[in-house]
Ligand binder design. Structure first.
Ligand code: SRM
Ligand code: SF4
Length: 583
């Protein structure tokens, strides 16, 4: 039995009274005097896959003119395992031009995002996304989100099996409410109020989960999906080319709040081993334990990582096994060699080709010299394989037949999608932040490319042009680009001010540590320059930057437990996490 909650957050009461996520969304869409929805409905629309936002670049100007904020909506399209057909790509491309801000955003969780959709277009866009056989249900909200998977299932049989599992888990854990179809697809109500009240969510119940829940499936040696950052992960154990089972990890997560040390990033624990046949059941039971024991009073403590911190991994395993009715096996050894993507062409066992293209911060658009949007549209028109979104905001043009490779290559080259970048840029990732993210404290997507250009000059002079160094930036401590698992992590503190973290493991298994706090944007490159130079001179054979900064004594390794604040080094004072905000 779950503990009786002593108090419940506002969101819990809202979910309970929402008639399975209906709220007054349908009525709000008809309201023409405002470009916004009601506050309560904006919490419910997350479960439907979209967020209300406003253009923060023009907020103060509109305030001065006493105008309503420039409201629009960000829509997130769920793509389990990141796989989309050329026809779907063309549809996403068209919708982004016709109804959004003309760009397509490939996210850190293998999804598409549209920014800037106005209220009066919402229904039409949702319908058109569904007509393309993609959807937005549960792309956000207190449910299981887009299930990520190593995006190249044609590279081996094991990858194909992993994708199948990701899709099965995604289907199994999708909400069953009729609200989504009723509001967005059907023109008439499928359920009246009475029926809605008797509708069922067999897995979630009417309170859904205490908080978002994220699952990934990985195929070693690649940790491109960042296993240790997730609530639940399945790591394929492959023997003779076949998946014999999965190691299961639980309790990873990135988000924290500046100044609140009871919030922290945490790397996942290993729970045990399951067979391929058991995996969907294991996913369900892990989710059910979190459903029943996650904190429903304080949302900041509601993720699975805090449930496990509070009660311990042994207790958690016991609860999962009670529900499974069998014990998990002993974990099998596995090894990761990195979190990045493998760029360029690879040939698969069937003789087809796959090209991984670097898309800066996942933003597909046309800028002089890099006309990615046009290039990918042209490729989608001639391509009969598919597109695969990676967990690093990049794109794989997958299953290119040998006879089509020359044509695809010519388009990539003509539009600057040739991956001709330093190893640092190819391993860079920034979250969206300003101007759309309501929680951003500082720039991220609009700043990291310039910072990397400054650092490019340093790495080139140091002879490190092709060396992979993982650098990630976010505009606030929520961690949407998983910055605490980057060898160089930058986290926004306020306008033009960042905390700098160093020393994560290249394979994604160790969190970094705070190295400098409250650096001004222009101070970051000068602080990193001597570290990069000394790394070039003093590194041992094969030594990664994240390991070097620890050996050289710049930061302590994060080792005590898996949490960030468990072993704050002497180099870090308590004030380092003071201040900040959170929505
Ligand atoms: Fe995120 C909230 C963008 C991946 C942790 N995230 C947001 C919102 C929706 C802001 C909001 O709540 O109003 C951002 C919308 C910005 C915009 O304008 O688009 C946002 N998150 C993103 C994306 C688009 C970043 C990107 O540049 O790719 C990623 C979309 C993923 C997807 O397709 O589903 C994205 N977010 C992540 C990740 C990475 C991951 O999942 O692998 C994390 C860290 C992992 C984790 O969950 O622990 C992440 N996002 C958060 C959090 C902190 C959660 C926490 O436990 O504390 C928030 C804030 C919240 O939930 O309160 C947040
Ligand atoms: Fe917004 Fe913060 Fe996420 Fe960046 S990390 S997208 S600023 S919530």
């Amino acid at each position: 039995m779950a503990d009786e909650p002593t108090a419940r957050s506002k969101n819990e009461i809202l979910k309970e009274n929402s008639r399975y996520l209906r709220g007054t969304i349908a009525e709000g869409l008809q309201e023409v005097v405002t470009g916004a929805l009601s506050d309560d409905d904006t919490l419910l629309t997350k479960f439907h896959g979209f967020y209300q936002q406003d253009d923060r670049d023009i907020r103060s100007e509109r305030r001065k003119k006493k105008l309503e904020k420039a409201y629009s909506f960000m829509i997130r399209v769920r793509v389990p395992g990141g796989v989309a057909t050329p026809a779907q790509w063309l549809e996403m491309d068209r919708i982004s031009d016709q109804f959004a801000n003309g760009t397509l955003k490939l996210t850190t969780r293998q999804a598409f995002q549209f920014h800037g959709v106005i209220k009066t277009n919402l229904k039409r866009v949702m319908k058109e996304i569904n007509a393309s056989l993609l959807d937005t249900l549960a792309a956000c909200g207190d449910v299981n989100r887009n299930v990520m998977c190593n995006p190249n299932p044609h590279q081996s049989r094991a990858h194909a099996e992993a994708l199948r599992l990701a899709r099965e888990i995604s289907d199994h854990l999708s909400p069953r409410t009729g609200a989504y179809h009723e509001i967005w697809i059907e023109d008439e109500k499928v359920y009246d109020g009475e029926q809605a009240a008797t509708e069922e969510e067999p897995i979630y119940g009417k309170h859904y989960l205490p908080r978002k829940f994220k699952i990934v499936v990985a195929v070693p040696p690649s940790n491109d999906v960042d296993v240790f950052a997730h609530d639940l992960a399945f790591v394929a154990i492959v023997e003779d080319g076949t998946v014999v089972g999965y190691d299961v990890t639980v309790g990873g997560g990135m988000g924290m709040t500046h100044g609140e040390e009871d919030t922290f990033p945490r790397t996942a624990d290993i729970l045990g081993f399951c067979t391929p046949e058991q995996a969907v059941d294991v996913a369900e039971k892990v989710l059910l334990v979190q459903r029943d024991f996650g904190d429903r009073a304080v949302r900041k403590h509601a993720r699975l990582k805090y449930t496990i911190e509070r009660r311990g991994i042994a207790w958690f395993r016991d609860e999962v096994e009670k529900r499974l009715g069998y014990s998990l096996g002993a974990p099998r050894p596995f090894a990761f060699d990195g979190t990045g993507d493998r760029y360029g062409w690879v040939e698969d066992h069937e003789g087809n080709f796959h090209y991984t293209a670097f898309i800066q911060n996942g933003r597909v658009r046309d800028v002089p010299g890099h006309t990615a949007k046009t290039a990918l549209r042209e490729i989608a028109r001639i391509h009969d394989g598919d597109f695969r979104l990676t967990a690093n905001q990049n794109l794989i043009i997958a299953r290119v037949r040998p006879e089509n490779r020359v044509a695809v290559e010519a388009i990539l080259k003509a539009h600057g999608l040739d991956n001709a970048h330093t190893g640092l840029r190819l391993n860079s990732m920034a979250c969206v932040a300003l101007p759309t993210c309501g929680l951003a404290l500082a720039e991220s997507e609009r700043f990291l490319p310039d910072l990397v250009s400054e650092l490019d000059a340093v790495v080139e002079r140091a002879g490190l042009r092709d060396d992979e160094i993982v650098i990630r930036m976010t505009g606030c401590p929520n961690g949407c680009a998983r910055p605490y698992l980057a060898e160089i992590g930058l986290v926004g503190r306020g306008p033009g001010v960042y905390n700098l973290y160093l020393g994560a493991a290249f394979d994604g298994s160790r969190l970094n540590k705070l190295y400098r706090r409250d650096l001004k944007a222009e101070e970051i490159a000068p602080v990193l320059t001597p570290l990069i130079r000394s790394y070039a001179k003093q590194r041992r054979k094969g030594e990664r930057f994240g390991d070097y900064v620890i050996r050289a004594g710049h930061v302590a390794a994060t080792t005590a437990g898996n949490r960030f604040h468990a072993d704050l080094g002497a180099d870090v004072d308590a004030g380092a996490t003071a201040g900040g905000a959170r929505g």
